[in-house]
Design a protein around this ligand. Structure first.
Ligand code: GLU
Length: 505
């Protein structure tokens, strides 16, 4: 058989914010498409009008724009196999539903919800299938006249897939190997509903994967139970030859305990489960997003890439290009991947370290300005270069760095008690005089002079530096003292010492 061009799709239903697990699914599809020089298609599966949420589609598109994962075709991206929104493909599906009906591979059923309910009460573990379908109200049990009368009356009906029992269904899964299931456990799934003239997920999904020439279906483990039905549908249509290969990704598990990751875990432990902040249009609830929480898209991608796959080496930091070349779908794990959100924070920290101070300063500058401080980009960059290794997020910089820009007005009580000794005021006044005499106010210019003076006076270096720090910073922490004084400059340094001496005496 001729090698087909690799085509994968990400096919979310617009039912709300995109869950982070969906982002991982899309990422793996993207990596697979790029490494095979194939296409990455974006399809919207919106055949369930009850679950449609306005704004969800735009949200999903914006999420991938932020992450830098580009689609080749699909909703909002164009392409010659559209429309890519399932609600715009009604006529196409209708044709394929009719084809199954004509071939006797599907049938029409009129059972009302009440009738189905009473069957469920009557028969334990009732399933609509080969064993029970002849007891139901459908085109297999009704006469032609009865059928026509019902339809003429406008009675609502569904189309069900006629699953033949006793067939061993093989799912050829790139991650899980050959999964075998007997067709007997598959029920006669509803493929189409007359009430909204729309197919169900299963039919639309298969028809579209076929028409859009999808070669690989990479999706979450939660879809594995649907796979046997999907394989049977491909067979029913006679599309075995071009049936996509499957890869069902491992579940994302809670950070602790059992079960799959949920939004509640994020709320409880304080981490986002959505790529972007989400405003629920129905409840008005606002949920945090990775973007608004200050994560870099590269960090999110790097973090997600390793949730279910690893390269088999110690390497943890990967660019998107490296991931494209190293990723191997067949090496994904079968068992669930624990969602270690702390690791996500660690990745962000690593990306801060790897980014230049100039780049971080660009992000920090607006925060500085918002705090009413006017500073040159050069000086902001200098501060960033001294402090960026101490934070996980850019937004944490201000609290740590504000003293560079604003003189302390208060002095931390505990530090004063511990570090400001009886003679500190005197020693600091002396230090001010020493500093005043230094022309070269760089770190190299100050350090030897101050150290010589400490030595000559027989002071304890630790005591002097602690008091000096308290005077300039207001607390007991920060980078090297001469880095701080050099940044502040002579005038500001002397002013701060003078003020501390006056207030703390
Ligand atoms: N619409 C399904 C979803 O929301 C797609 C599942 C699949 O990829 O087949 O995830």
């Amino acid at each position: 058989m001729e090698e087909r061009r690799v085509r994968v799709r990400f096919a979310p239903s617009p039912t709300g914010a995109l869950h982070i697990g969906g982002v991982r699914t899309a990422l793996y599809n993207y990596l697979f498409a790029r490494q095979h020089k194939g296409d990455f298609v974006f399809r919207i599966e919106d055949t369930d009008s009850n679950r449609f949420v306005p704004g969800a589609e735009e949200y999903i598109i914006e999420s991938f724009r932020w992450l830098g994962l580009q689609f080749d075709e699909g909703v909002s991206f164009g392409g010659d196999k559209g429309p890519y929104r399932q609600s715009e493909r009604r006529e196409i599906y209708k044709k394929y539903v009719d084809r199954l009906l004509e071939d006797g591979k599907a049938y029409i059923a009129f059972d009302t919800p009440e009738e189905l309910e009473s069957k469920r009460n009557e028969i334990q573990n009732f399933q609509y299938d080969a064993r029970t379908r002849m007891q139901m109200r459908n085109s297999l049990t009704l006469t032609k006249e009865e059928m026509e009368a019902l339809i003429a009356d406008g009675t609502q009906y569904v189309v069900r897939f006629r699953v033949e029992p006793g067939i061993e269904v093989h799912i050829d899964d790139l991650i899980r190997g050959d999964v075998r299931i007997m067709s007997d456990i598959v029920d006669d799934k509803v493929l189409y509903k007359s009430s909204d003239e729309l197919p169900t997920y299963h039919l639309a999904n298969i028809v579209d994967d076929h028409l859009m020439e999808i070669t690989h279906v990479i999706r979450g483990e939660e879809w594995l139970p649907s796979a046997p039905l999907h394989v049977l549908l491909y067979k029913a249509f006679g599309w075995e030859e071009t049936m996509p290969r499957f890869a069902h990704l491992p579940l994302l598990l809670k950070p602790e305990g059992k079960g799959k990751l949920s939004k509640r875990d994020g709320d409880r432990l304080g981490f986002p489960v959505f790529p972007l902040e989400w405003h629920d249009p129905k409840t008005g609830e606002v949920s945090s997003g990775y973007r608004e929480s200050g994560y870099f898209p590269e960090a999110v991608i790097n973090f997600l890439a390793l949730l279910g796959w690893n390269p088999g080496t110690e390497q943890e930091l990967f660019s998107l290009d490296e991931l494209v070349s190293l990723f191997d779908i067949t090496k994904c794990s079968k068992s669930g991947a624990r969602y270690d959100f702390q690791k996500g924070i660690w990745f962000n920290h690593e990306y801060i370290l790897r980014k230049s101070s100039e780049e971080i300063a660009q992000l920090f500058a607006p925060i500085v300005a918002n705090n009413g401080v006017e500073e040159s980009m050069e000086r902001i960059t200098k501060v960033v270069s001294m402090m960026k290794d101490r934070v996980n997020f850019v937004k944490e910089l201000w609290d740590l760095c504000s003293f560079f820009f604003i003189a302390p007005t208060e002095y931390d009580e505990k530090t004063v008690k511990k570090r400001w000794k009886a003679d500190s005021a005197l020693v600091m006044s002396e230090l001010a005089t020493v500093l005043e005499g230094i022309d070269d106010f760089t770190v190299e210019g100050q350090e030897p002079v101050v150290l010589a003076w400490v030595e000559e006076r027989g002071y304890k270096l630790g005591d002097v530096m602690n008091a000096f720090r308290l005077a300039l910073v207001g607390i007991g922490k920060g980078p090297g003292m001469f880095d701080i004084s050099a940044f502040l400059g002579k005038e500001e340094t002397l002013k701060r010492i003078e003020r501390a001496v006056e207030i703390l005496k």
